[in-house]
Design a protein around this ligand. Structure first.
Ligand SMILES: [Fe+2]
Ligand SMILES: [Fe+2]
Length: 184
């Protein structure tokens, strides 16, 4: 896989989790009780998978390689993407605090903001930055990026984390589907 194929693949996983979060946040906004287990998992997913391994590959590797091709982390679009990574961390902290305070409405509000932000962010990355990387990076730079990604995965125990969170996504999809069947 190329560097951007790896990152696009991770976006697909993140969007699965965002879909679950949107679903549950919408239910909570309409009066359902916040599921504490789900809330704790999604915070952990964002920290370990989205931030710990995915943002780390973008910020620590890809964006740096693009600097050799006229991009700068101080200018758009990379500056905006870095600011969105920081904003998503703050919304994750807000979700955790709301969960700790058993405040379902505050959790759902932060969650909905997080989901909107991530959907826009992923669209910009894929349509603007990754497509530029696909045009501009040399084969040698791509190999360098993939090798550096491997080091990020190794440092963060990324293989285990990915497997654990993929299993969790499947679990919560099943749990929410089962709840819908009970309601129907
Ligand atoms: Fe990103
Ligand atoms: Fe991304």
């Amino acid at each position: 896989m190329t560097a951007t194929e790896i990152l696009r693949n991770e976006h697909a996983v993140i969007l699965e989790a965002v879909g679950l979060l949107e679903l549950h946040a919408g239910d909570v906004r309409e009066g359902a009780t916040l599921d504490g287990g789900f809330a704790r998992w999604i915070v952990q997913f964002i920290r370990e998978f989205a931030d710990g391994t995915h943002y780390a590959k973008e910020q620590g590797v890809l964006f740096g390689l693009l600097a050799a091709h006229g991009f700068s982390v101080d200018l758009e679009p990379l500056a905006g993407l870095l600011a969105e990574h920081a904003a998503s961390r703050r919304l994750c902290d807000a979700m955790e605090a709301a969960q700790g305070a058993r405040d379902g409405q505050a959790f759902a509000l932060a969650a909905q903001q997080f989901c909107g932000l991530l959907r826009r962010h992923i669209r910009t990355e894929e349509e603007v930055v990754f497509s530029a990387a696909e045009r501009l990076l040399t084969p040698a730079e791509d190999i360098k990026a993939v090798q550096a990604f491997g080091r990020v995965v190794h440092e963060h125990d990324g293989v285990v984390i990915r497997q654990r969170h993929l299993a969790a996504i499947e679990h919560w999809q099943g749990a929410f589907e089962a709840a819908l069947l009970v309601e129907a």
